[in-house]
Every structure is written in structure tokens, then in C-alpha cells.
Design a binder for this molecule. Structure first.
Ligand code: SF4
Ligand code: SF4
Ligand code: FES
Length: 229
């Protein structure tokens, strides 16, 4: 089964055609099977990330034909093209810079916790949001995140991106509904969402989560409603 693998080295992009050898005639391989076999055979220095191999860690996300997919869970077909996610800068081959998103939160939320009473029950929605595996698939098509790349070739990844994305809004909404958050912390989380560009969500057709979290219903609309109060 022939597929294409995009490689990125020193600012150069290349496309390698790789012929995957099925382990049995009926095998329907996952993307990760192809990458592992390619690395073990013809492409020993192919760079890509994976961790749990069980849809838990989110780090294996790559694009297939331009759409984000979990490499350990999504099947691949003849002729598909595997490339790094197109929403974050490539580092090497299929590995992208993820740190700029995580850094958006650092040092900005100082008065969040009000205690550690573990007997407090979070609301049902909080449990739904804990399903996020930080795969960053939801960054695709987000106009707020796209602003990071509009006016700079190095969009501040080392500092943390200036503009937000569905994932960062999800984390902030979790803080807002976490019973352990203080009132000041909840307000700070909302202010941070506004600073990251929450307003962009008002005219947006919406975002989708790779693992099925209702981002519009449980994150974006509640934040917009709170911001409108
Ligand atoms: S609704 Fe907001 S977070 Fe979702 S894609 Fe649109 S701008 Fe991004
Ligand atoms: S919200 Fe969904 S798509 Fe976005 S990072 Fe979390 S699991 Fe991935
Ligand atoms: S390797 Fe962890 S989600 Fe794919």
C-alpha cells in the first residue's frame, strides 16, 4: 500500500513515497503502523511523536490529507498523504512545536485555587471536559489561532502564543467551573479568555474536537455568555 510521507528538514519540505508492507492481506493499518515500519526500514531518521498508543496522550496527531488525525487510532488508505499538523510550526518531519500553546497559561492565572477540599463534586460538564487529551486537532480552522501567524514568521511560540484556540478556551472554562477555583480565579480565567481573543468566536462557525467533546456547547458558548454579562 503506497502512501506519501512529508518530511521537513532545515526549512526544506520533501515528500517520500513509502510502500507499506501489510502484515497480512486483510490488515487495515493505523497511521502509526506505517510510520513505525517506515522508520524501521527505509526512513531510519524519520521524526514523529507517539506515547500511549491508546488515544490517551494526544501527542501522535498528524495531518492526513490536510486533516488532523490521531496516528495511533486512525486508519490510513492507499494514496493518503501524512504531514505535520498544519496549525503549528514544524520542527522536524512530523514533529511540531507544541510548547507555545501550553505557555499561554503560564504565569497568567495567579489566584485560581481556593483550597483543596477533594470532597467537592465538580459539575457533570467538568468531567466531560477532562476527556481532552491535548491532541490539538481542534486548532485546525480556528481563526483565533490563525492570527498568531498573520504578522510574524516566529509567532511567539517560546513566549506562548498571543492568540488562543479551542483547547486554551477549554482549559479556561474548566477553571471557571472547577469547584476548587476561587471567585477571583474564575474571573481571571474569563479575563484571560477575553485577552486571548474570545471575541473571534462570535462570528465563527465553530470548532470540532478530535475525541468528540462538545466544544461549542460546553466551552465556547458558556464563555461567550459569561463575557456578555
Ligand atoms: S469558535 Fe472560537 S475557538 Fe472555536 S474555532 Fe471559532 S474562533 Fe476558534
Ligand atoms: S479539545 Fe479535543 S481536539 Fe482539542 S486538544 Fe482537547 S481532545 Fe484534542
Ligand atoms: S500515541 Fe497517545 S494518543 Fe496516540
Amino acid at each position: 500500500m503506497k502512501v506519501e510521507i512529508e518530511t521537513h528538514r532545515d526549512g526544506e519540505t520533501a515528500v517520500v513515497e513509502y510502500d507499506y508492507a501489510r502484515r497480512d492481506p486483510d490488515e487495515k493499518p493505523m497511521i502509526l503502523d506505517v510510520l513505525l515500519q517506515a522508520q524501521a526500514t527505509e526512513m531510519p531518521d524519520l521524526a514523529f511523536r507517539y506515547g500511549c498508543r491508546a488515544r490517551n496522550c494526544g501527542v501522535c496527531t498528524v495531518d492526513v490529507n490536510g486533516r488532523p488525525r490521531l496516528a495511533c487510532r486512525a486508519r490510513i488508505r492507499e494514496g493518503d498523504r501524512i504531514s505535520p499538523v498544519n496549525t503549528l510550526p514544524p520542527l522536524a518531519d512530523l514533529v511540531v512545536r507544541r510548547d507555545g500553546v501550553a505557555r499561554q497559561m503560564r504565569g497568567r492565572l495567579t489566584s485560581v485555587a481556593q483550597g483543596n477540599d477533594l470532597n467537592q463534586d465538580p459539575p457533570e460538564d467538568y468531567h466531560k471536559l477532562t476527556a481532552c487529551i491535548e491532541c490539538y486537532a481542534c486548532l485546525q480552522g480556528c481563526p483565533m489561532h490563525a492570527r498568531n501567524f498573520e504578522d510574524s514568521t516566529d509567532p511567539g511560540a517560546s513566549e506562548g502564543y498571543r492568540h488562543g484556540n479551542p483547547f486554551s478556551l477549554l482549559k479556561l472554562q474548566m477553571l471557571r467551573i472547577d469547584p476548587l477555583s476561587s471567585e477571583a480565579g474564575r474571573e481571571q480565567a474569563l479575563e484571560h479568555a477575553k485577552d486571548l481573543g474570545l471575541d473571534a468566536c462570535r462570528d465563527c462557525k465553530g470548532c470540532k474536537c478530535g475525541v468528540g467533546i462538545d466544544l461549542m456547547g460546553k466551552v465556547v458558548r458558556p464563555l461567550l455568555a459569561a463575557a456578555g454579562e
